[in-house]
Design a protein around this ligand. Sequence first.
Ligand code: IPM
Ligand code: MN
Length: 361
Amino acid sequence: MKMKIAVIKGDGIGPEIVTEAMKVLDKAASVYGHEIEYRQVLMGGASIDAYGVPLTEETIAICKDSDAVLMGSIGGDTNTSPWYKLEPSKRPEAGLLGIRKALNLFANLRPAYLYKVLSDACPLKTEIAQKGFDMLIMRELTGGLYFGDRKTITENGIKKAIDTLEYTEEEIRRIAIKAFEIAGKRRKKVISVDKANVLDSSRLWRSVVNEVSKDYPDIELEHMLVDNCAMQLVKDPSQFDVVLTENMFGDILSDEASMITGSIGMLSSASLNDTKFGLYEPSHGSAPDIAGKNIANPIATILSAAMMLRYTFDLDKEADSIEKAVSDVLDEGFRTGDIYTEGTKKLSCSEMGSEIAGRIG
Ligand code: IPM
Ligand code: MN
């Protein structure tokens, strides 16, 4: 197969981790006889430095003309980076939100899985960690508070900031359908998370999810309030299979879920639209404090590349082999600094990439 992949290395540790994911993809392509054409484009801080804006029409056009986008992470230290002296619509994050919207990537899949050998790195009590967990957070990505009108005004000498939280039933329906479809291929359970005891948008969310569930009689549906969900995630994470939720709740809950896997450096993600196209990136940020030191964990990006092979290219065997290589490397005791525990072998970012690539095929 010939794959056309746009690559956004991004800022901070982005270039280091994407380089490792490309190393692994190249190995998989050579073992299984595929051809990859990479097209590197800029977005985020690197684009601001080059073009004065975080996202250009050219980047959007090249992404649209590709089968998929592989991305690292964008942004810098919000306290010290000059990017954060710019107005909010010109900052790196605006590029990320812009590209999600421009490519209509409404469904964000964030799998959180506890590898048995990493249960020591899991901050939960041993008896909880030992039960393990395997969940998929389905986060709505192009609506809600992130994309509603916002402004700061002054009324009678007092500043007032307004962010608007909107959802249409269509926006809810399309992500709910994806969640039920995917749950059908997993443990057949959807937990939909909202704040229906307070918010109208959540009450609409709940009623649309109930409607959609009627078409999926074999999938169990449960509704959970977001504050309770935050608690349940650390109390009994094994109860979750597919977690369906809106943009802001999904942002927060997926960071929490990633932490209980041992490290945020393990959590991959896929952002999908209605077609096979997708943008694949780790769920973590650009970690400017460790950038350029070759110590970042590339596993989340490598697992995101595996998701790309699975969801965009339908190459399940190739995706399986990357996922297996990751778990083999962990089983053999190799770790990056973030998941290192005594008695394991600490690797740099590039060494971890090479170890994984070396086990493919
Ligand atoms: C994420 C990130 C982004 C988000 C930021 C960088 C805008 O935290 O992908 O989770 O909030 O969506
Ligand atoms: Mn986030």
